[in-house]
Design a protein around this ligand. Structure first.
Ligand code: C5P
Length: 246
């Protein structure tokens, strides 16, 4: 199966308060966008279609200089419009599409690979997911209305993987109906519920490293992970030097 990747990075990043597109924020000397593109390459996936905020093409080109891309296209007002823009720029031979958030810049390559490999016969959409840790309450304003049992609940991440025909159809329907979604999997679930599609939507194990970088605290956490990785790598190099000398 030929797998294509749409890397959506057209969000404003207002919650990160970085004064520009979130994907161009630096983390340990590289932009979030570069981290995400490099992880896809490390997973052995084909160069992605990168969807940038309208008006930010030059800055994205500069941030990605030297990295192979399938295309660089402007996104839209909604995530669904941005995914649609990315889909149209995929090479024709692509049969399976992985939609990944640039904001999940540190999703490990092995999880990226496992997600793509999990699109087996009968699966029409999948996402990496993690169990929910917090107790969940439904509220009306400040008033607690119900406790939502945590059993069987997961939080989904990206990359979300689909047969190309399925994703193209549900995205077109959502845009035509004026009902975009912030989660691409949800569009497939709606098509299944409406009887327009058959198959299964499944989850595979996600990673805490795939946390979406949304708020400044998320960026600080990501920086701490990378610093710990660098310290581990330095320790391992020291140990191996000591081994060589012994
Ligand atoms: O806003 P949120 O954090 O949910 O966005 C998730 C991902 O979708 C981000 O990588 C963001 O850049 C992308 N996005 C997009 N186009 C939009 C809105 C979000 O590409 N209109």
């Amino acid at each position: 199966m030929n797998v294509g990747v749409v890397l959506v990075a057209a969000g404003s990043g207002q919650r990160l308060a970085a004064g520009g597109p979130k994907a161009l924020v630096e983390l340990a000397g590289r932009t979030l966008l570069a981290h995400a593109v490099d992880a896809l390459a490390a997973a052995g996936l084909r160069p992605p279609v990168v969807v940038h905020p309208p008006g930010a093409r030059a800055a994205f080109e500069a941030a990605l200089a030297g990295r192979p891309l399938a295309a660089l296209v402007p996104g839209g007002d909604t995530r669904t419009a941005s995914v649609a823009a990315g889909l149209t720029a995929l090479p024709e031979d692509v049969e399976v599409v992985a939609v990944h958030d640039a904001a999940r810049a540190l999703m490990p390559p092995e999880v990226l690979r496992a997600c793509v490999a999990a699109l087996t016969a009968g699966v029409v959409a999948l996402a990496p997911a993690l169990p929910v840790a917090d107790t969940l309450k439904r509220v009306d304003g400040e008033v607690v209305v119900a406790t939502v049992p945590r059993d069987g609940l997961v939080g989904v991440q990206t990359p979300q993987v689909f047969p190309r025909t399925v994703l193209t159809e549900v995205i077109e329907l959502a845009l035509a109906a004026g009902q975009p979604a912030t989660d691409d999997l949800a569009l497939v679930e709606q098509a299944l519920a409406a009887g327009r599609l058959t198959g299964r939507v499944v989850v595979v194990p996600g990673s805490v490293r795939g946390r979406k970088i949304t708020f400044p605290e998320d960026l600080a956490l990501a920086a701490a992970w990378l610093a710990a990785d660098a310290a581990d790598a330095a320790d391992a190099a020291d140990a191996s030097d000591a081994g060589v000398g012994a």
